[in-house]
Design a protein around this ligand. Structure first.
Ligand code: SAH
Length: 260
């Protein structure tokens, strides 16, 4: 079997099979063993039995997770990569491959999600999964800029909808940086490993309140330079701007509105 953290073996496979990594699909394969170990270590904390992986690519994360005894369901959009994955890893019984777009496929339930997410679709896939709330722990490799937005607390420039929405039910932490040189082809920017661990601080929020939370925060961040008091004129008196509110304050605002 090919060593997936050997750049020369990965390149040789591509040449041999006439495979050209597709930029639009965010195909930057992880070729660094240290980064691989730290993402899988972080991803399998808490000993999940089942793991969902989006975009397995050549299977570098998939192979390591299978080796550690978990059941993996991998969703891959590229038909060439999806078709080769199972046989290339020796037809493991614990691997299910779904050929399709993660944004258009009903993603299966799992204890954890571990992925090196494609740049273009990554944030959307993640925001869909955090709103589902059924996966306890998600560990993703994303561009550092995306990682910082997901983890952003109130008050900073990177604070935006992604962070506010992700943190509604998940604690977001940046575990480590992964240099651009750890991928082939080499992306333009660096990446970071991020964990999202579900918390239960907002279990009491009902579906209607959650809808309102999403609607209100979306509206507020669409006018990020405006004061909240001018966006929600009839409902709140505030000179603060969207990025300055903590999630607790957003929730209090939403609860106030739905109680009216
Ligand atoms: N996990 C591998 C590959 C990462 S590259 C590694 O770490 O080396 C991103 C992968 O996501 C590619 O295999 C790409 O084909 C796949 N991909 C891109 N968009 C996707 C989508 N919408 N749904 C599922 N897979 C997608």
């Amino acid at each position: 079997m090919m060593n997936l953290t050997s750049p020369s073996q990965v390149k040789a496979w591509c040449i041999e099979h006439g495979f050209h990594p597709n930029k639009t699909l965010g195909q930057n394969f992880l070729i660094d063993r240290n980064a691989l170990i730290s993402i899988v270590d972080a991803g399998l904390e808490g000993n999940p039995a089942t793991v969902l992986e989006i975009g397995p690519g050549l299977g570098v994360l998939t192979e390591e997770m299978l080796k550690r005894g978990v059941k993996v369901t991998a969703v891959e959009k590229d038909p060439v990569l999806a078709d080769r994955l199972k046989p290339a890893l020796g037809n493991p019984v614990n691997l299910t491959v779904v050929k399709g777009d993660a944004l258009e496929t009903e993603l299966p339930a799992a204890d954890a999600m571990v992925s090196n997410l494609p740049y273009q679709a990554g944030t959307r896939i993640l925001l869909e999964l955090v709103q589902r709330r059924d996966i306890r722990r998600m560990t993703v490799l994303v561009q550092t800029e995306v990682a910082e937005r997901l983890a952003a607390q109130e008050g900073g420039k990177t604070r935006g909808l992604a962070g506010v929405w992700a943190q509604l039910d998940y604690d977001v932490k940046i575990v480590r940086k992964v240099a651009a040189s750890c991928f082939w082809p080499r992306p333009e920017v660096g990446s970071s490993v991020v964990t999202l661990e579900r918390h239960d601080r907002n279990l009491g929020l009902g579906e209607e309140e959650r809808k309102l939370f999403h609607r209100i925060t979306k509206q507020a961040f669409e006018h990020r330079r405006k004061q909240l008091g001018s966006i929600f004129r009839d409902y709140i008196q505030s000179t603060l701007r969207a990025e300055e509110l903590s999630n607790e304050e957003w929730i209090a605002f939403v609860k106030g509105l739905s109680g009216q």
